[in-house]
Ligand binder design. Structure first.
Ligand SMILES: [Fe+2]
Length: 191
Protein backbone atom coordinates (compact mmCIF):
# COMPACT_ATOMS: atom_id res chain seq x y z
CA UNK A 1 0.00 0.00 0.00
CA UNK A 2 1.35 3.43 -0.92
CA UNK A 3 1.85 6.11 1.71
CA UNK A 4 -1.02 8.04 0.12
CA UNK A 5 -3.41 5.10 0.28
CA UNK A 6 -2.40 4.47 3.89
CA UNK A 7 -3.21 8.06 4.79
CA UNK A 8 -6.53 7.82 2.95
CA UNK A 9 -7.51 4.71 4.87
CA UNK A 10 -6.61 6.42 8.13
CA UNK A 11 -8.80 9.37 7.20
CA UNK A 12 -11.62 6.97 6.31
CA UNK A 13 -11.25 5.11 9.60
CA UNK A 14 -11.33 8.40 11.52
CA UNK A 15 -14.42 9.52 9.62
CA UNK A 16 -16.21 6.24 10.34
CA UNK A 17 -15.35 6.59 14.00
CA UNK A 18 -16.83 10.08 14.06
CA UNK A 19 -19.91 8.84 12.19
CA UNK A 20 -20.62 6.24 14.86
CA UNK A 21 -19.40 8.42 17.70
CA UNK A 22 -20.95 9.69 20.86
CA UNK A 23 -24.55 10.78 20.93
CA UNK A 24 -25.77 12.73 23.93
CA UNK A 25 -28.36 10.82 25.96
CA UNK A 26 -31.90 11.99 25.28
CA UNK A 27 -32.94 14.41 28.05
CA UNK A 28 -35.55 13.11 30.43
CA UNK A 29 -38.93 14.62 31.29
CA UNK A 30 -41.60 13.93 33.87
CA UNK A 31 -43.62 10.70 33.70
CA UNK A 32 -46.80 12.68 34.43
CA UNK A 33 -50.00 11.38 35.99
CA UNK A 34 -51.51 9.56 32.98
CA UNK A 35 -49.13 6.62 32.45
CA UNK A 36 -50.76 3.18 32.32
CA UNK A 37 -48.79 -0.05 32.13
CA UNK A 38 -49.65 -2.96 29.80
CA UNK A 39 -50.60 -0.88 26.77
CA UNK A 40 -51.34 -2.92 23.63
CA UNK A 41 -48.59 -3.74 21.15
CA UNK A 42 -50.24 -1.80 18.35
CA UNK A 43 -48.34 0.90 16.48
CA UNK A 44 -51.50 1.97 14.61
CA UNK A 45 -53.00 4.28 17.20
CA UNK A 46 -55.05 6.27 14.72
CA UNK A 47 -58.24 4.66 13.52
CA UNK A 48 -59.76 5.56 10.17
CA UNK A 49 -61.87 8.67 10.60
CA UNK A 50 -60.24 9.84 13.83
CA UNK A 51 -60.39 13.64 13.95
CA UNK A 52 -57.18 15.62 14.20
CA UNK A 53 -54.06 15.95 12.08
CA UNK A 54 -52.64 12.49 11.30
CA UNK A 55 -49.18 12.08 12.81
CA UNK A 56 -46.42 9.63 11.95
CA UNK A 57 -43.48 9.40 14.34
CA UNK A 58 -40.41 7.30 13.63
CA UNK A 59 -36.92 7.03 14.98
CA UNK A 60 -34.22 4.76 16.26
CA UNK A 61 -33.19 3.69 19.72
CA UNK A 62 -29.44 4.12 20.11
CA UNK A 63 -26.85 4.01 22.85
CA UNK A 64 -24.50 6.89 23.63
CA UNK A 65 -21.85 5.43 21.31
CA UNK A 66 -24.31 5.70 18.43
CA UNK A 67 -24.89 1.93 18.22
CA UNK A 68 -28.47 0.67 17.67
CA UNK A 69 -30.27 -0.86 20.63
CA UNK A 70 -32.31 -3.71 19.12
CA UNK A 71 -35.71 -4.74 20.45
CA UNK A 72 -36.06 -1.86 22.89
CA UNK A 73 -39.49 -1.43 24.45
CA UNK A 74 -40.98 1.96 23.53
CA UNK A 75 -44.12 2.83 25.48
CA UNK A 76 -45.98 5.91 24.30
CA UNK A 77 -49.09 7.66 25.52
CA UNK A 78 -50.73 10.92 24.56
CA UNK A 79 -53.93 12.94 24.64
CA UNK A 80 -56.30 12.89 21.68
CA UNK A 81 -56.63 15.86 19.32
CA UNK A 82 -58.61 17.89 21.87
CA UNK A 83 -56.29 17.15 24.78
CA UNK A 84 -58.12 14.24 26.45
CA UNK A 85 -56.37 11.15 27.79
CA UNK A 86 -58.19 7.84 27.77
CA UNK A 87 -58.13 6.85 31.43
CA UNK A 88 -60.56 3.93 31.11
CA UNK A 89 -59.01 2.19 28.12
CA UNK A 90 -55.93 2.35 25.93
CA UNK A 91 -56.75 4.80 23.14
CA UNK A 92 -53.55 6.54 22.02
CA UNK A 93 -51.44 4.28 24.16
CA UNK A 94 -49.06 1.60 22.90
CA UNK A 95 -46.03 -0.45 23.69
CA UNK A 96 -43.93 -0.89 20.58
CA UNK A 97 -40.89 -3.14 20.33
CA UNK A 98 -38.15 -1.76 18.10
CA UNK A 99 -36.74 -3.95 15.36
CA UNK A 100 -33.28 -5.48 15.05
CA UNK A 101 -31.64 -2.10 14.42
CA UNK A 102 -33.65 -0.24 17.04
CA UNK A 103 -36.10 1.37 14.60
CA UNK A 104 -39.62 2.13 15.77
CA UNK A 105 -42.60 4.01 14.36
CA UNK A 106 -46.24 4.64 15.09
CA UNK A 107 -49.23 6.37 13.53
CA UNK A 108 -51.39 8.64 15.62
CA UNK A 109 -52.89 12.11 15.62
CA UNK A 110 -51.32 15.37 16.71
CA UNK A 111 -52.12 15.61 20.45
CA UNK A 112 -54.16 18.56 21.64
CA UNK A 113 -53.36 21.06 24.35
CA UNK A 114 -54.92 20.44 27.74
CA UNK A 115 -55.32 22.45 30.94
CA UNK A 116 -52.29 22.37 33.18
CA UNK A 117 -49.82 21.79 30.35
CA UNK A 118 -48.52 24.43 27.99
CA UNK A 119 -47.38 22.34 25.00
CA UNK A 120 -48.60 19.49 22.83
CA UNK A 121 -46.61 16.38 23.69
CA UNK A 122 -46.27 12.61 23.49
CA UNK A 123 -44.98 10.74 26.53
CA UNK A 124 -42.30 8.06 26.20
CA UNK A 125 -40.94 5.35 28.46
CA UNK A 126 -38.11 3.41 26.84
CA UNK A 127 -36.47 0.35 28.34
CA UNK A 128 -33.89 -2.14 27.12
CA UNK A 129 -31.71 -4.66 28.94
CA UNK A 130 -28.35 -3.19 29.96
CA UNK A 131 -29.57 0.40 29.61
CA UNK A 132 -31.01 3.01 31.94
CA UNK A 133 -34.77 3.44 31.46
CA UNK A 134 -35.61 6.71 29.71
CA UNK A 135 -38.76 8.64 30.56
CA UNK A 136 -39.19 11.63 28.31
CA UNK A 137 -41.60 13.63 26.15
CA UNK A 138 -41.69 14.61 22.50
CA UNK A 139 -42.68 18.17 21.57
CA UNK A 140 -43.45 19.71 18.18
CA UNK A 141 -41.70 22.72 16.65
CA UNK A 142 -45.03 23.69 15.06
CA UNK A 143 -46.71 24.14 18.45
CA UNK A 144 -48.14 27.69 18.34
CA UNK A 145 -46.71 28.37 21.80
CA UNK A 146 -43.20 28.49 20.28
CA UNK A 147 -44.20 31.15 17.74
CA UNK A 148 -41.93 29.52 15.16
CA UNK A 149 -38.81 29.81 17.34
CA UNK A 150 -38.49 26.85 19.73
CA UNK A 151 -34.85 27.65 20.50
CA UNK A 152 -35.95 30.95 21.99
CA UNK A 153 -39.33 29.96 23.38
CA UNK A 154 -39.19 26.33 24.49
CA UNK A 155 -38.99 27.30 28.17
CA UNK A 156 -42.49 28.77 27.95
CA UNK A 157 -43.45 25.26 29.05
CA UNK A 158 -41.56 24.88 32.35
CA UNK A 159 -41.59 21.08 31.96
CA UNK A 160 -39.37 21.26 28.86
CA UNK A 161 -35.77 21.05 30.05
CA UNK A 162 -34.12 20.95 26.63
CA UNK A 163 -34.87 22.23 23.16
CA UNK A 164 -33.55 18.87 21.92
CA UNK A 165 -36.97 17.42 22.73
CA UNK A 166 -38.72 19.86 20.39
CA UNK A 167 -38.61 18.13 17.00
CA UNK A 168 -39.15 19.54 13.50
CA UNK A 169 -42.45 18.66 11.85
CA UNK A 170 -42.66 17.93 8.11
CA UNK A 171 -46.00 17.96 6.36
CA UNK A 172 -46.16 15.06 3.88
CA UNK A 173 -48.63 13.30 1.63
CA UNK A 174 -51.19 14.29 -0.97
CA UNK A 175 -53.02 17.57 -0.36
CA UNK A 176 -56.16 15.59 0.56
CA UNK A 177 -54.26 13.36 2.98
CA UNK A 178 -51.63 15.50 4.65
CA UNK A 179 -49.93 14.10 7.71
CA UNK A 180 -47.33 15.44 10.11
CA UNK A 181 -44.08 13.49 10.01
CA UNK A 182 -41.65 13.64 12.90
CA UNK A 183 -38.38 11.89 13.60
CA UNK A 184 -37.41 11.31 17.22
CA UNK A 185 -34.34 9.24 18.03
CA UNK A 186 -34.00 7.96 21.58
CA UNK A 187 -30.50 7.69 23.04
CA UNK A 188 -30.16 5.52 26.13
CA UNK A 189 -27.37 5.56 28.67
CA UNK A 190 -25.65 2.24 29.30
CA UNK A 191 -25.94 0.74 32.77
FE1 LIG B 1 -49.23 14.59 29.22
Amino acid sequence: MSAGAGFASQVLAAALEIASAQRPATPGAALGPFYKARAPANAQLRNAGDPGLPLVVSGQVLDVRGAPVPQASVEIWQADHIGKYDLEGYRYRARIVGDGVGSYSFESVMPGHYPGRVCQHVHYRVTAPGHKPLVTQLYFATDPIFEGDPARNYARDPVIGSVELVRPVMLKGDPAEIHADVRFDLVLETL
